[in-house]
Design a protein around this ligand. Structure first.
Ligand SMILES: [Fe+2]
Length: 132
């Protein structure tokens, strides 16, 4: 299975947040690697826990930044974070059942979500911050 790597287009021009997004990409890519080593199933739960902890840290940092700069769609953005957190929690619950096929749909979801969130939702607040 392929890997998920940082791409130039992911950069939103806010250094600290770019760094944190890089870490999220790394965590997702570690799941790829575990699968390639044949250890996906055994390690998925632990990796999703790690992802949850880091997203909590990252979302809080982003929300603090948006709030500080009075970003108008703050609540909407915060709502997207809350929905994602809920989804990761439900993935953690489901993954303890441990179907192999599930790992692929988890990866697919995480990559799709992160790519879209960074390139659309996060870019909007970054543009706002950089313009104000
Ligand atoms: Fe965000």
């Amino acid at each position: 299975m392929g890997s998920f790597n940082w791409r130039k287009e992911f950069s939103i021009g806010v250094d600290e947040m770019d760094k944190q997004h890089m870490e999220l990409v790394r965590i997702i890519n570690d799941i790829h690697q575990a699968i390639n080593e044949g250890r996906g199933k055994e390690r998925l739960g632990g990796m999703l826990d790690r992802l949850l902890k880091y997203t909590d840290y990252h979302f809080a940092a982003e929300e603090k930044l948006m709030k500080k700069h009075r970003y108008p769609p703050y609540e909407e953005h915060k709502g997207k974070h809350a929905a994602m957190r809920k989804k990761v929690l439900s993935l953690i619950r489901e993954s303890s059942g441990g179907r192999e096929a599930m790992i692929y749909s988890v990866l697919d979801f995480l990559q799709g979500w992160l790519t879209k969130h960074i390139m659309e939702t996060d870019r909007k607040y970054a543009n706002y911050l950089n313009d104000n």
